[in-house]
Write a protein that binds this ligand. Structure first.
Ligand code: ZN
Length: 431
């Protein structure tokens, strides 16, 4: 209930006639607030060129219109945000997120939620407004989504997967707390997760160390069929030949996807699929540095610079740099073939900018990298009707930076505006 007209009337005890007027001037109760954003430069996430001088109208949690500033009609009562000296773009999507960014299963869920809250806040304040989760223990992603939606936790919009789907064969059985063998067990687990609120399915198809596919053909078919029957897409963790196996089984997208052959790249292209590329996970041995950096930072710029320093040190090791260059050549081949290249951190809170910097380092233009971190990820993962681009009907998940990230990708660390679901969160503090 909006108390303002009532209070206004009480203040005008001797002028009862004015009350009706004051109430009429207020927006109707429950009306969605309207914001008009003046964008000096707009990158809409679709891959199109930068548009100069645009106006975005946000009504409630969604974008109502986007168009040239000349001739734009700003609705009466709209709050105007002047970003005419800034570059405006969609909030970044982490296409491979794990809210609990740790494989230490010995931690109680209550403490785990503390970690999740810290990581999600860092991500949001670094411009990541969507987490597409690819595996989470104890459905903590579904719990966290609810807390974000209730406004109790500051964090990205979450598309949860619930627990990873994996078999006891292969090395993961020792790492993860639950495994599912046989088509029936896999179908039952996917139905259970759907019931609990999972949005899609994450398969741990293989281990990345050449042990091959850990699923029988029947199990894989069951996972894909059951997910699709429930309207859930399937993303598989896969490298090398397991990417081919995933594509042939009807899996919708692959994450990691290193060690590809030309035949596999062709298969990805024919299936109009793609890969959620994950660079920073390759630097996992340096992760203990993460929370040392976090403890010393007070904003996204410092956080990202701290990480650039850690990764630059790592890349002084010749074998690390060689692996990076080999990966860069693969990404160039994927791009040339027209395979969708999406991006994710695989558990690096607030590190999407680093992922995009690494895509540029791998031969992408800054604009192509930004598309990979927004519209392309949304398209590959089937959430493009809701997020990833600045267009009519999408959630108003919008960021701005003071520089020109389409010319220098590092300018993405100069965040000057943050809106999620139509709420201006620019005033949110790092700690
Ligand atoms: Zn992962």
């Amino acid at each position: 209930m909006n108390l303002r007209p009532l209070l206004f009337c009480l203040a005008l005890l001797s002028a009862a006639a004015g009350c009706a007027e004051a109430q009429e001037a207020s927006p109707p109760q429950g009306a969605a607030p309207v914001t008009a954003i003046r964008a000096g430069r707009l990158i809409d996430g679709s891959g199109g060129p930068v548009v100069e001088n645009a106006v975005i109208i946000v009504r409630g949690e969604r974008i109502e219109s986007v168009g040239p500033a000349a001739g734009a009609v700003i609705p009466g009562g709209a709050r105007v945000v002047d970003l005419s000296r800034h570059t405006v773009l969609p909030g970044l999507i982490d296409g491979h997120a794990h809210p609990y960014e740790n494989l230490n299963w010995g931690v109680p869920d209550a403490i785990r939620m503390g970690y999740i809250a810290q990581g999600m806040r860092i991500s949001l304040l670094s411009g990541t407004t969507t987490y597409y989760v690819l595996g989470e223990i104890h459905n903590m992603d579904i719990v966290a989504r609810g807390l974000v939606e209730q406004g109790r936790l500051a964090g990205p919009r979450i598309y949860p997967s619930g627990h990873w789907i994996l078999t006891s064969r292969g090395p993961w059985g020792e790492v993860f707390d639950e495994t599912y063998d046989g088509a029936d067990a896999i179908r039952a687990k996917i139905r259970e997760q759907h019931q609990a609120g999972a949005h899609h399915t994450k398969l741990m198809l293989e281990d990345g160390a050449g042990s091959g596919n850990n699923f029988t053909r029947e199990e894989l078919r069951a996972a894909v069929e059951q997910s699709h029957a429930l309207g859930m897409k399937v993303t598989a963790h896969a490298y090398g030949d397991a990417v081919r196996v995933a594509m042939e089984a009807g899996v919708d997208a692959v994450t990691h996807g290193n060690n590809l052959t030309p035949e596999t790249i062709d298969l990805l292209k024919r299936r109009r699929s793609g890969i959620v590329v994950t660079h920073t996970i390759d630097f996992q041995p340096y992760y203990p540095e993460r929370w040392r950096v976090a403890g010393q930072t007070t904003n996204a710029k410092e956080w990202l610079q701290g990480w650039r320093d850690v990764l630059a040190r790592a890349r002084r090791e010749p074998s690390v740099e060689r692996a990076f260059r080999a990966r860069a050549r693969e990404l160039t081949a994927l791009k040339a073939a027209g395979v969708i290249v999406a991006a994710g951190t695989d558990n690096g809170p607030g590190l999407m900018q680093i992922e995009l910097e690494y895509l540029v380092d791998s031969g992408f233009t800054p604009l192509e990298a930004i598309t990979a971190g927004t519209g392309a990820t949304a398209r590959l993962l089937g959430i493009d009707q809701e997020v990833g681009t600045i267009q009519r009907g999408r959630f108003a998940d919008i960021i701005a930076v003071s520089g020109r990230p389409d010319q220098d990708i590092k300018a993405l660390d100069q965040l000057s505006f943050l809106m999620a679901g139509g709420r201006d969160l620019s005033g949110l503090s790092w700690k």
